[in-house]
Design a protein around this ligand. Structure first.
Ligand code: FCB
Length: 499
């Protein structure tokens, strides 16, 4: 698409009134201040200090220094016209070591952040866990240990008591698939363990922690506050329609998607998942009552989407040597992963907006009464500031045009998508890739910490302005105040669960 077409698209895509226009970040990726205010190390502090784990030896010690530059960053959000901002709370900043009372200095940062957002007319959306488990809890066994679920619920209570009056949307976990399977099976994420049975236990305890936290949040937050979960669901495609390839799709769908969707929305684990993993674990870690806890109703489901997953049945004769421990317990021998077609981002991830359409259509079919939010979508490219200081990122603009168009079509087809949060507001610490991958719509020069909105930020601001009926794309009219909190799902207490 040419730049002119992009601008046209910005002017013509119209979303329903009240649609949430957001950007997302996560604590460890942007805050820095790793040792300030009594914060103790998280598993990502430990992991990033372990040689060979994170590219270039990068750590989140300083990151984008958001802890100290928060007012400037909120001003940027207001300039872009965002209606909503999704951030996460650093567990070891508010409850060092993962036990005991909250540290007020840690909570104060989030009080200041949410005050600023509200003053700027931007609704805060908080994620309680975006991967930074206090190291002490990992030392005590981490997510494979049942007690971690209870620790998480206790931490949720501390944050809800402190910030419940000012945050309308609460998300328990971000992408538990990554925490469980990249953290404990393939080991490419913190804490870097490679034990498939532990990964399945971790998945269950993340689900349980989510359910316990939902219970705590319902009991602590004002009635109007809303509670959600964010999953990186896979849009799984078979290479062919053959029975063998369809079987590969079924297996990966169970391990990527239904391992979370089924307990959360239907109060059960899929039998085929239990069967596929029977050689790895007997699932005795699922106790009586756990599933009822996990299936507590939520108000919305957050979806993070980047690229689809293409699979085929493994070739029984020619088995390539594995590249490392697999994140797919029980499926290592059965399934092959293939690259999807299409141009690639700097992550090597194919650009495929149809995958998002497929995913939304599926969720609408299976969970017709659950409002959906795109809580992350975006792309990394090798952006740089040109001699004039401008950052031109035409590929990211196209990526956003294509994916927002997919969301727009889905809404047109009757799918209940309530908002879109671009990943990410700022270039940041991209986990095992360190600072080498830039996902921001705002460029960060990590040496000077200078922020420069990229062309994609300007494009997004223009789209938002056009949709919010603002006077001009530069956003000169004042922002409306935050919309009422109770606009996600009035039906929640009638119960949305389909059993
Ligand atoms: C997601 C993470 C987010 C970011 C993007 C690129 O899996 O939730 O923190 O790293 O990927």
């Amino acid at each position: 698409m040419t730049a002119v077409d992009d601008q046209t698209a910005a002017r013509t895509l119209r979303f329903p009134p009240g649609f949430r226009w957001g950007a997302a970040t996560a604590a460890y990726q942007i805050e820095g201040g790793a040792r300030e205010d009594g914060r103790t190390p998280s598993i990502w502090d430990t992991f990033s200090r372990t040689p060979g784990r994170v590219r270039n030896g990068d750590t989140g010690d300083i990151a984008t220094d958001h802890l100290h530059r928060m007012p400037e960053d909120v001003a940027l959000m207001a300039e872009l016209g965002l209606t909503d901002y999704r951030f996460s709370v650093s567990w070891p900043r508010v409850q060092p070591t993962g036990r005991g009372p909250a540290v007020q200095r840690g909570l104060d940062f989030y009080r200041r952040l949410t005050d600023r957002l509200l003053e700027a007319g931007i609704r805060p959306a908080v994620t309680l866990y975006h991967w930074d488990l206090p190291q002490e809890l990992e030392d005590a066994g981490g997510w494979p240990e049942r007690d971690t679920a209870q620790r998480f619920a206790d931490y949720a209570r501390l944050v809800a008591e402190a910030l419940g009056d000012r945050i309308p949307l609460w998300t328990t976990l971000n992408e538990p698939w990554c925490s469980a399977f990249l953290g404990y099976a393939s080991g490419v994420h913190a804490p870097g363990r490679t034990d498939p049975a532990a990964a399945l236990r971790a998945a269950h305890h993340l689900n349980l922690g989510h359910g316990l936290a939902v219970g705590v949040l319902r009991g602590t937050l004002p009635e109007a506050a809303q509670v959600s979960l964010t999953l990186n669901l896979a849009a799984v495609r078979g290479r062919t329609e053959s029975a063998a390839d369809r079987e590969a799709v079924r297996r990966i769908d169970a391990l990527a998607n239904r391992i979370f969707l089924d307990p959360v929305f239907h109060g059960r684990y899929p039998q085929d998942l239990r069967d596929d993993t029977a050689a790895v674990t007997d699932w005795s870690f699922v106790h009586d009552g756990d599933l009822a806890e996990i299936a507590r109703p939520i108000d919305a489901l957050g979806i993070n989407y980047y690229t689809p997953t293409v699979v085929a049945a493994a070739d029984p004769v020619h088995r390539p040597a594995p590249e490392g421990p697999s994140p797919w317990p029980g499926a290592e021998q059965a399934v092959r992963f293939l690259p999807a077609a299409g141009p690639r981002t700097a992550m090597g991830w194919p650009v495929d907006p149809d995958g998002l359409t497929e995913l939304l259509a599926r969720l609408h079919r299976e969970l017709p009464r659950t409002p959906l939010l795109i809580t992350e979508n975006g792309a990394a490219y090798d952006d740089y500031a040109d001699p004039s200081g401008a950052v031109h990122d035409p590929e990211r603009v196209s990526y956003l045009v294509d994916h927002l168009s997919a969301v727009h079509r889905a809404i047109g087809a009757g799918i209940d998508v309530r908002g879109y949060f671009v990943w990410s507001l700022l270039d940041n610490f991209e986990w095992a890739y360190g600072y080498g991958k830039r996902f921001g719509i705002v460029h960060v020069d990590f040496a000077s910490q200078r922020r420069t909105p990229k062309d994609s930020a300007r494009w997004y601001a223009a789209l938002i302005a056009a949709n919010r009926g603002r006077a001009d794309a530069a956003g000169r009219t004042p922002l409306r105040g935050p919309a009422g909190a109770a606009d996600l799902t009035p039906e929640r207490r009638r119960g949305q669960q389909v059993r």
